[in-house]
Design a binder for this molecule. Structure first.
Ligand code: FDA
Length: 379
């Protein structure tokens, strides 16, 4: 093997490490990727019929307040000025999310000043010193009417569990904005890669000292690699150790994609469905992510429905469940990881943490600076 470093996984964490080590340290980097494409969950591809860019693993919005991450990402792509907005349908009405002044006015059916809205929400909130479950926590923050409309059914579908049986810690807060600012993120920098995610990700990997082997599972070649050179591992933590401490639990998503024969299906990129009797949680319509792409067809659109459920071992792991049993297991896996010589664990799967893209890039830049660069003799 002609490599100085092996990176397992070509998501944003793995590609950031590979790019830095190849370009900055002059290392030869071998990237192993189980899937048949690079980019991890940020990967996108044009729909074959319409050419509309589809975010294959769910809609990905880039947002960060970290100037270093924004500068780094900007080396590989320019960004459009897209700012994300989300709406929720409940009982035939549409409300903007996260909850803001427009949501509260629409929900209570009248014009309210910020102060009046604040008083109204506070009047309905039922403070509890130690909430016993998610429902009690949510009601203590925003009151029962808003909870029952916008949170209860959606959360039950996301977790396939009654919110009264979910731990209160799942939500630390429910952001309520007492302004008409309906943007989903309030980060300093936001946008979408102008020519798509995959062009961005491919540019990161485009270096003569980086070799990407797609369609290669690390565990099929592990015997030939282990111990030879340092490894940065961004696959599932429990799988690395043969699930010795038990399985870490995840939620997975199922997606159905269709081309709808209409110029515009729902008027926005992401619509949440809060009614418990609608089986999907969200509908994504990708054309709205790129209003500047005038070449998108005018007679059809790509629509993707999202369904949520607990992941079995062979499903794609999407969101860590992080139940008390998981947290206990995670501590034991972290100890095993700490003692594993020459292997650096990173990324969302390798640390069992939900990471946004900017967090994955930021964490990879830190690993590069603090651990890999010193290891290879540069400071
Ligand atoms: P990622 O999962 O992307 O990459 C890991 C790679 O390792 C995968 O390609 C996998 O195939 C590979 N791998 C695993 N095991 C392997 C093995 N044994 N051998 C070889 N390869 C192996 N973020 C954000 O900023 N804005 C957003 O809007 C969203 N939206 C969003 C929606 C949904 C549904 C999800 C699940 C996630 C998001 N994200 C997001 C998060 C974003 O996807 C996340 O930050 C990045 O995927 C993290 O990159 P990683 O490299 O850590 O993991």
């Amino acid at each position: 093997m002609n490599a100085d470093l092996v990176v397992v996984g070509s998501g944003l964490f793995g590609l950031t490490v590979a790019e830095r080590c190849a370009r900055d340290l002059g290392l030869r980097v071998l990237v192993l990727e189980r899937r048949d494409h690079i980019g991890g969950n940020a990967y996108s591809a044009p729909d074959p019929e319409t050419g509309i860019e589809v975010h294959v693993y769910g809609t990905h919005l880039f947002h960060t307040s970290n100037a270093l991450v924004w500068e780094y990402a900007g080396r590989f792509t320019s960004f459009t000025p897209y700012e994300h907005r989300v709406y929720t349908i409940f009982k035939g009405q549409v409300y903007p999310m996260p909850i803001n002044l427009a949501t509260i006015c629409a929900f209570y059916g009248r014009a309210l000043s910020p102060g009046q809205a604040r008083d109204l929400v506070a009047r309905h909130a039922v403070p509890v010193a130690e909430p016993r479950n998610l429902e009690e926590k949510a009601v203590s923050l925003i009151g029962r009417p808003l909870y029952e409309a916008l949170i209860q059914g959606y959360t039950a579908k996301q977790w396939q569990t009654d919110p009264r049986d979910l731990p209160a810690e799942i939500i630390t807060r429910l952001p309520v904005r007492y302004t008409f600012d309906g943007r989903y993120f309030d980060d300093t920098y936001q946008g979408l890669p102008s020519d798509g995610y995959t062009a961005w990700l491919e540019r990161m990997a485009d270096h003569p000292r980086i070799e990407v082997r797609a369609g290669t599972d690390f565990f099929d070649v592990r015997d030939r690699i282990a111990g030879a050179v340092p490894i940065v591992y961004t696959g599932p933590l429990d799988r690395y150790f043969g699930h010795a401490e038990g399985e870490l639990s995840w939620r997975t998503l199922d997606f159905t994609v269709e081309v709808a024969p209409t110029p515009d299906y729902q008027g926005t990129a992401v619509m949440n469905y809060a009614d418990a009797d609608v089986p999907w949680t969200r509908v994504h319509e990708f054309r709205h992510l790129h209003p500047e792409r005038h070449w998108y067809p005018r007679d059809s659109t790509v629509v993707m429905r999202e369904y949520s459920r607990p992941a079995a071992r062979d499903d794609e792991p999407y969101y860590p469940v992080n139940a008390p049993a998981d947290r206990a297991r995670l501590l034991r896996y972290r100890e095993l990881a700490r003692r594993e010589p020459g292997v650096f664990f990173g990324g969302r799967l390798g640390t069992y943490a939900y990471l946004d893209m900017h967090m994955a890039i930021g964490a990879a830049l830190s690993m590069y600076r603090n651990r890999l660069r010193p290891l290879f003799g540069r400071r």
